[in-house]
Design a binder for this molecule. Structure first.
Ligand code: GRF
Length: 219
C-alpha cells in the first residue's frame, strides 16, 4: 500500500522530527517523510534528516517580503514533493490563514501542554505558574486559531514539586516523543476522522482503567 507522503516543518533541534524519522524508517509504517523544511539554515533537525537520506529545504522567512510570500514558498515546496500531510514539529512561525485553510485536515502540530490549557509560548512555564499537577503534550490538527483544533493524541506527565521549566520541559518531551509517532501512525493508517471539533479514532487502543495521579497514591 502507498505510504502517506509527509512533510515536516521545523525551526530547531528536531528531536520530535527524529522520532518521526525513526518510526517511519520501518517500511511497514503507513507514512514516509518526503521532505523536511526549516526556516532556519542552522536548525539541528536538518542534519538529522540528511543523515536519514530525507530531502531537505531551507526556506528562510527573512528572504521574503511578507508572510504570504513565505507561506506560498512553503506550499509550493510541499506540493512539489507530493506531500499529503504536514507535521509541524517545533516550527516557530505563525502560518497565514490562507496556508492553514489550504492544508485544513491535513496538517498537525505538537504543543507542549494538555490543550486547551496553556496555549502559546512557554506552555511549560505557564503550567508551573498555574500549579497544575499534571502537564503533558498534545498533537492536534491545525486550524486558524493558534494551538486549537481537533485533538488526535495527548500524553500526560506529573509535575513534581521542585520542577523548574527545564525539568518539566524535558519530562514533557519524553511524552511528545511517544505521541507524535503514534498520531502519525493513526492518521496515515486512515484511522482518524475529524467530526466537527473532535477526532474520532477507529479501533483506538483502550485502557479504561488507566489512571495517572499526581501525586501518586502508591505509597
Ligand atoms: C517541542 O516542545 C514542541 O512541542 C514545540 O517545540 C518543541 C520542539 O522541539 N512545538 P524539537 O525541535 O522537536 O526538539
Amino acid at each position: 500500500m502507498a505510504r502517506l507522503k509527509t512533510g515536516v516543518l521545523i525551526s530547531g533541534s528536531g528531536t520530535n522530527l527524529q522520532t518521526l524519522i525513526d518510526a517511519t524508517s520501518d517500511p511497514a509504517h503507513p507514512a514516509e517523510i518526503a521532505l523536511v523544511i526549516s526556516n532556519k539554515p542552522d536548525a539541528g533537525g536538518l542534519e538529522r534528516a540528511r543523515k536519514a537520506g530525507i530531502p531537505t529545504r531551507v526556506i528562510s522567512h527573512g528572504d521574503f517580503s511578507g508572510r504570504e510570500d513565505f507561506d506560498a514558498a512553503l506550499d509550493t515546496a510541499l506540493r512539489e514533493a507530493g506531500c499529503e500531510l504536514v507535521c509541524l514539529a517545533g516550527f516557530m512561525r505563525i502560518l497565514t490563514g490562507g496556508f492553514v485553510e489550504g492544508w485544513r485536515g491535513r496538517m498537525v502540530n505538537i504543543h507542549p501542554s494538555l490543550l486547551p490549557s496553556f496555549r502559546g509560548l512557554d506552555a511549560q512555564g505557564q503550567a508551573l505558574r498555574a500549579g497544575v499537577r499534571l502537564a503533558g503534550a498534545t498533537v492536534h490538527f491545525v486550524v486558524p486559531e493558534m494551538d486549537a483544533g481537533p485533538i488526535v493524541v495527548q500524553g500526560a506527565v506529573p509535575v513534581l514539586d521542585g520542577d523548574d521549566t527545564a525539568a518539566l520541559t524535558a519530562r514533557i518531551l519524553t511524552v511528545e516523543h511517544r505521541i507524535y509517532p503514534l498520531a502519525l501512525k493513526l492518521i496515515a493508517g486512515g484511522r482518524v476522522h475529524i467530526e466537527g471539533d473532535r477526532c474520532i479514532i477507529t479501533d483506538a487502543p483502550k485502557n479504561p482503567d488507566g489512571r495517572l495521579l499526581a501525586p501518586d497514591d502508591s505509597d
